[in-house]
Design a protein around this ligand. Structure first.
Ligand code: HAM
Length: 458
């Protein structure tokens, strides 16, 4: 596409001021590389299993959308008002990088009108222009799930249970669940008035940095971390006292459902969340092992008016999103869900130029064996060291003798559990290699004998 007048010209050729500069990730963003990335893959795999069993299908929406999609989250929220990455594309469309997933899911629902209940999950990068610190990034990653088209309190329970099951599956234990209800529009109106007049009376006691919120966004006062403000918030009227009969009954049904499933929770009437679209249920899982500034690893709730606000039919919805980076910080703090070991099963050592290693690794991978090799025609010692580092149970050695005779030397290196082995090496015809490997693996996959030296050179 050629540049429009509003598109600044890009430097080309010799004019490029970044020529010769080395680049780093933008502030607040990170590369994700092995072995840590293996942990993300395992985490996603665990979640996919849980979501699949609960009947949620995968939804992928664009990373950027019309800015209007996100304005519906609430112009007064920090997420939209202060933190959104907004831009005009080359045709002057107003777009934004997605700061969260729920608005996009509702936009997709309004666009495609699927049959309900529509149960979807999503994952990927999200963007907020926040001050970067541990657990708070400008590009972060969420896993989320949403159920659209039902107001049944059991749908709220199902969403919360999915999260709780996932945390259990990865071994997290110290993640208490806090629950609240925001009621309906009438509740918010009545409560907003009561809260504002209370805060106006206590304005002098509120931390000066929070005072502008009394008129602008009184609910935000309730989750301020500043001590003076928190003391005022502690005595504020509670939203749970303003619930209508219907919303109070919904809340009680959700609580009873959680109790029935053995999901512990505490009611926290000051839990208001940072997004404006919530009605009825809101909840957060907070990691007891993390600092208060980043201890919310998962948040969610009902948003019964959002689909309509995005041009769809009136459609209730409930969902959650969890921050993967924060979740893993909590895993580290609890010492659970380690980086999974990624090791080869077979390492091919080729001292005759590399062609045999190329062919054998290819053949073994095609029958499901994790096989690898060194490149660059290294010495046999260097290749043996690489085999040891890889953690492989078996080395296959091919030199000129083996090539001339059409054979491979099979050298057992260690048991699958890392224990050492004294199983002798054997040289076998290529045609018998797979059969021999199967036999050797059977021995090595059994635990190493107790008397054996279990120190693992890898
Ligand atoms: P949220 O509370 O804004 O809710 O974000 C959900 C989670 O994303 C947070 O609890 C946190 O773990 C993570 N998170 C948010 N901002 C950052 C950041 N800058 N750096 C690292 N992690 C972050 C939502 O996004 C709603 N869409 C949740 C929802 C789904 N409600 C209903 N359905």
């Amino acid at each position: 596409m050629s540049g429009t007048p509003s598109t600044p010209a890009r430097p080309s050729g010799g004019d490029d001021p970044t020529a010769g500069k080395s680049f780093r990730t933008p502030i607040g963003t990170h590369d994700l590389a092995p072995p840590e990335s293996g942990r993300w893959v395992a985490l996603l795999g665990t979640f996919i299993g849980a979501a699949d069993r609960a009947g949620f299908g995968y939804l992928q929406t664009p990373i950027f959308e019309d800015i209007g999609v996100f304005s519906r989250i609430g112009e007064g929220t920090d997420v939209v008002g202060k933190e959104m990455y907004e831009f005009a594309d080359r045709s002057d469309r107003r777009l934004a990088l997605r700061p969260e997933g729920t608005a996009s899911v509702c936009r997709a629902f309004a666009q495609h009108r699927p049959t309900t209940p529509w149960k979807v999950w999503y994952q990927g990068p999200f963007f907020r222009y926040e001050a970067p610190q541990a657990g708070r990034y400008r590009q972060f990653h969420q896993i989320g799930a949403e159920t659209l088209g039902t107001d049944d309190p059991d749908a709220d329970v199902e969403i919360i249970a999915l999260t709780a099951e996932f945390f259990g599956a990865i071994g997290l234990q110290r993640v208490p669940l806090l629950l609240n209800s925001m009621g309906d529009a009438d509740t918010r109106l009545a409560y907003g008035e009561a809260l504002t007049s209370y805060l106006q009376r206590r304005a002098d006691d509120v931390d000066p940095a929070d005072r502008d919120k009394i008129e602008r966004h009184p609910l935000r006062i309730l989750d301020s971390k500043r001590a003076a403000t928190a003391a005022v918030a502690a005595e504020a009227p509670q939203i749970t006292d303003f619930l209508s009969g219907e919303t109070a009954a919904h809340f009680e049904r959700v609580r009873a459902g959680l109790d029935a499933l053995g999901i512990e929770h505490a009611v926290e009437p000051k839990l208001v969340r940072g997004l404006d679209y919530y009605t009825r249920t809101t909840f957060e899982f907070r990691a007891a092992s993390l600092d208060a500034a980043q201890d919310t690893i998962c948040g969610g709730g009902r948003y019964n008016g959002l689909v309509e606000a995005l041009g769809g039919p009136p459609t209730p919805g409930i969902g959650f999103a969890l921050g993967i980076e924060r979740l893993l910080l909590a895993c580290d703090a609890e010492g659970v869900f380690d980086v999974p070991a990624q090791r080869a099963e077979v390492w091919v050592i080729d001292t005759a130029g590399g062609a045999a290693a190329r062919d054998l690794t290819h053949q073994l991978r095609s029958v499901g064996v994790r096989a690898d090799r060194a490149f660059d025609d290294r010495s046999i010692r260097a290749q043996m060291r690489a085999a040891d580092r890889s953690g492989a149970e078996i080395a296959l050695i091919v030199g000129t003798d083996e090539i001339d005779a059409g054979t491979v030397t099979v050298r057992p290196l260690r048991h699958a559990d890392g224990g050492s082995t004294d199983m002798p090496q054997q040289t076998v015809p290529r045609s018998e290699l797979l059969g021999t490997l199967r036999t050797v693996f059977d021995v090595l996959n059994a635990p190493a004998p107790a008397s054996g030296d279990s120190s693992n050179p890898a």
